[in-house]
Design a protein. Structure first.
Length: 69
């Protein structure tokens, strides 16, 4: 798993679980913080059909396969 800012991940994942995500997210910060990887991982977790409670995608469902294609 990519090292991510756990506090930000938990905040977004909680909002996702409660159907309270905004229509768009803007990730900002200095170069090298891992914003792109964070965005990719969060997107995959949101699309996964068998995501864990913590937001870890299964990597084997149809959605994960399409995401990684």
């Amino acid at each position: 798993m990519v090292q991510i800012n756990e506090q930000q991940w938990n905040l977004l994942w909680e909002r996702k679980q409660n159907h309270r995500l905004p229509h768009a997210l803007l990730l900002t910060g200095s170069a090298g913080l891992g914003k792109l990887e964070f965005a990719k991982q969060f997107s995959e977790a949101c699309l996964c059909e068998n995501v864990s409670v913590e937001g870890v995608p299964c990597k084997v469902c149809h959605s994960c396969s399409c995401f990684n294609a």
